[in-house]
Design a protein around this ligand. Structure first.
Ligand code: PMP
Length: 286
């Protein structure tokens, strides 16, 4: 069965959906995106992703083309049309097609392009990697300075992911001024003496929707949280490490730059947070 995708209000087989060569998303990476996970046909943290989408659009002065209800309706329609139980919905909004290439933003009558598609991931919550954990390397963070905006400008994280693959590990933690910013597509955490440590929010990192939920659940479970940056050396000395994202949920990290974290196996705090996050998300999904 061919995948059905959403393009500017229409549902089409993927092979029939096309966007102009002049679209600014294509020419300038002038667009933003969101990824919402799906468990048992329910959208996880949907509202949080919509809040961040609107903030990203507003920071770039791109008019938001749809209402939250319209985004929700399109997400649900795509799940239904593609028979998705577990998986992801990808949503991208670009500044649209001004009909030519120019650095200046086009006039306001150019309508944004909206694309959505599903990715089927049966058993998404039972990812076997969560039992063994990820191994990561540190790489210099060479991205631009507005990482709080979720743009489609993903070439550097993609290069860092390839560096990790080339070195036989799962992901890279990016480092700026000697301190970890985040993973290539996730927020980074360590646990030391029972305290969860993760970098504070600023323009240096993406404000993860999973991060917000996990920190809320951690506080509710009386776990201690410190929002501050840390070094690779501090992470290597930690009891545990993990990352969070909409697609990986809470994923333990067991090795950094060849050094085992704690026992070298996923730790109890990461395992507990993963369990709580998945359980609560299933209840709160829409
Ligand atoms: N940081 C970066 C750089 C990311 O790309 C992502 C995933 N989009 C995250 C953090 C995690 O964000 P979220 O929990 O909203 O998926």
């Amino acid at each position: 069965m061919s995948r059905i995708v959403y393009l500017n209000g229409t549902y089409l087989p993927e092979a029939e959906a096309s966007v102009s060569v002049f679209d600014r998303g294509f020419l300038m990476a002038d667009g933003v995106y969101e990824v919402v996970s799906v468990l048992d046909g329910k959208l996880i943290d949907f509202e949080g992703h919509m809040v961040r989408l609107k903030r990203s659009l507003s920071e770039l002065q791109i008019a938001n083309p749809l209402s939250d209800d319209e985004y929700l309706e399109a997400h649900r329609a795509l799940l239904e049309k593609n028979g998705i139980g577990d998986g992801l919905v990808y949503l991208q909004v670009t500044r649209g097609n001004p009909g030519d290439r120019d650095f200046a933003y086009p006039a306001a009558d150019v309508t944004p392009t909206v694309v959505m598609f599903t990715q089927s991931k049966p058993g998404l919550a039972d990812n076997p990697a969560a039992k063994t954990g990820w191994r990561v390397i540190g790489v210099e963070d060479l991205r631009w300075g507005r990482r709080d905006i979720k743009t489609v400008q993903l070439l550097y994280p993609s290069m860092a992911k390839m560096e990790a693959k080339a070195r036989g590990v799962d992901d890279a933690w990016m480092v700026e001024d000697g301190r970890v910013t985040e993973g290539t597509s996730n927020n980074a955490y360590i646990v030391k003496g029972g305290t969860i440590v993760t970098r504070e929010l600023s323009n240096d990192i993406l404000h993860g929707i999973t991060r917000a939920a996990v920190l809320r659940f951690a506080a509710e479970a009386q776990m201690k949280v410190e929002e501050r940056s840390f070094t690779i050396a501090e992470a290597q000395e930690a009891d545990e490490a993990f990352v969070t994202s909409a697609s990986a949920f809470v994923m333990p990290v067991v090795e950094i730059d060849g050094a085992k974290i704690g026992s070298g196996a996923p730790g109890p705090v990461a395992a507990r947070l993963r369990e709580i996050y998945i359980e609560e998300s299933r209840k709160l999904g829409v």
